[in-house]
Design a protein around this ligand. Structure first.
Ligand code: SF4
Ligand code: SF4
Length: 89
């Protein structure tokens, strides 16, 4: 199942990726770098911890994982060609 993105032409999200990103609350210090870097608006801070709000608009860029100074984000690429596709390859 796929969904074209109305506000970003040429972009398509493929559903069925599962929970491929999670935050380890014991490691997170609430710095919010993941919130600021994420273009998909996937994170929020609650009680000084990052939460994955929704992966619906996640672009699998791994920027959140890269900027997290506490290694609190567990990231794995969605398997089987699911996830995020563009018309440009
Ligand atoms: S960047 Fe890492 S430590 Fe900072 S809020 Fe996000 S998950 Fe927590
Ligand atoms: S992989 Fe990219 S789009 Fe997805 S949650 Fe992380 S920063 Fe946001």
């Amino acid at each position: 199942m796929a969904g074209r993105c109305e506000d970003i032409p040429g972009v398509e999200w493929v559903k069925g990726t599962g929970e491929f990103i999670r935050v380890v609350p014991e490691l997170c210090d609430g710095c919010a770098r993941c919130v600021r870097v994420c273009l998909g608006d996937c994170y929020e801070i609650s009680a000084k911890k990052a939460l994955v709000r929704s992966l619906e608009r996640c672009m699998k860029c791994a920027a959140c994982w890269y900027v997290c100074p506490r290694d609190a984000i567990v990231f794995s690429w969605p398997r089987g060609g699911t996830g995020f596709r563009t018309d440009w390859g």
